[in-house]
Write a new protein. Structure first.
Length: 392
């Protein structure tokens, strides 16, 4: 802290600093009188006089006076305000508590600081507190008194102290409420068919944390995260505070698996159990629709490849060509030329009449006048299935 005293026309007079409330002389002129090592003095041109207080403490709070030894004496006073951020007085503040359900509980928080701190209580998770029949988020004051505490009150509470001088401070107090196990079963009757996988569910509440397991009608014990009878059963449990979710999965249900299963929870305050009955249900029926298929088979017998010759009317051989002969299932023969007559052959001489095997069903005689025409006609028939009786 720095206290200043400015004097005009001091001449030969002297300046002194005095602590008013204790009537303690701190300095006279250039000399320090107090034994307090945190107090020092500085001045400027015989006009400005400064009192320095290092590492200010609460004991330094109060009135200070700068005075001049004139007759009558002249002086000026100033107040040094020392503020202190809040702090928790641990020896007067509650620590973590464990109580039985339905008991009364009192949490206390003592804080100090200057100005006097404001103290309030709230839950660490931000949830409301059931307080005297009302749901409130914050409770003012150093004391939090809960009548007939329940498991819903279990959790961490924060005592927060503030006085406008940063930083504010808080202390965490954990409240644990003990009660014997309780359980609920969503479905007490389950159905499954042979070969199906089925899951049984059970919900429990307890504190201290309970030991949970399943038993079968045959007396087998199934503990969470362990398996019995190989991979037949799988028991899973998940904790959320004093709540626990249990699930028993039965793989590939058999006739011997139908019956009653027991969900068990126990702690130091007691135990409880619940039954789930697994019954057999009919397996879902499946319908198979068969689509009839039709297969058409064409039988043919390939004969020999014969060599034919084209001739003029003068009986002159122009060129040889091949003809494939086919026989159908009725025993009739058909021929198909693989080479047409040579170029330059007259229309009449180049005409070949035949019924190929792929026109048997039409009973149509096809006359082909050249090898090129036969190929074109064959392609057209295969693509469009167009019946052509004459090609000109």
């Amino acid at each position: 802290a720095l206290l200043a005293c400015v004097v005009e026309n001091l001449r030969g007079f002297k300046v002194a600093w005095v602590r008013v409330d204790t009537q303690t002389i701190l300095s006279i002129h250039h000399n320090i009188i107090t034994q307090n090592a945190r107090v020092s003095l500085s001045f400027n041109d015989h006009r400005s006089w400064y009192l320095h207080i290092k590492n200010v403490q609460e004991v330094d709070r109060g009135w200070y006076m700068c005075q001049i030894n004139t007759d009558p004496m002249r002086s000026r006073q100033g107040y040094l305000q020392v503020v202190v951020p809040p702090s928790i007085v641990d020896k007067e503040t509650s620590t973590d508590m464990v109580v039985r359900e339905a008991a009364n509980v009192t949490l206390t928080c003592k804080a100090q600081g200057y100005p006097e701190p404001y103290v309030m209580w709230r839950r660490e998770d931000g949830e409301d507190i059931n307080y005297n029949g009302e749901s409130v988020n914050v409770i003012d004051g150093e004391v939090l008194h809960i009548t007939k505490v329940s498991r819903l009150h279990m959790g961490a509470y924060l005592c927060i102290a503030s006085n406008g001088v940063p930083p504010s401070i808080s202390k965490r107090v954990m409240l644990r409420v003990q009660f014997p196990p309780m359980l609920s079963i969503p479905n007490q009757l389950e159905g499954a068919y042979v070969g199906q996988d089925v899951s049984l569910e059970c919900h429990t509440e307890a504190y201290p944390v309970s030991i949970n397991y399943w038993t079968t009608e045959r007396g087998d014990m199934i503990v969470s995260d362990l398996s019995v009878s190989g991979d037949k059963y799988e028991a899973v449990s998940m904790d959320n505070g004093y709540n626990k979710y249990m699930m028993l999965k039965i793989r590939s249900v058999e006739k011997s698996d139908f019956g009653t299963y027991q969900c068990v929870a126990k702690n130091s305050l007691g135990e409880t159990d619940g039954m789930i009955k697994l019954d057999e249900i009919p397996a879902p029926s499946t319908t198979t629709t068969e689509v009839p298929s039709t297969t058409e088979t064409t039988h043919k017998k390939k004969g020999a490849r014969n060599s034919k010759k084209w001739k003029h009317s003068e009986n002159q051989v122009l060129e040889e060509y091949d003809v494939e002969e086919w026989r159908d299932t009725d025993g009739e023969d058909y021929t198909l030329p693989s080479l047409g007559p040579p170029e330059g052959v007259t229309r009449d001489a180049a005409t070949l009449c035949f019924t190929p095997w792929w026109l048997v069903w039409t009973s149509t005689i096809l006359c082909v006048r050249s090898h090129r025409a036969a190929l074109l006609l064959t392609s057209a028939f295969l693509l469009d299935l167009t019946l052509i009786s004459d090609f000109r």
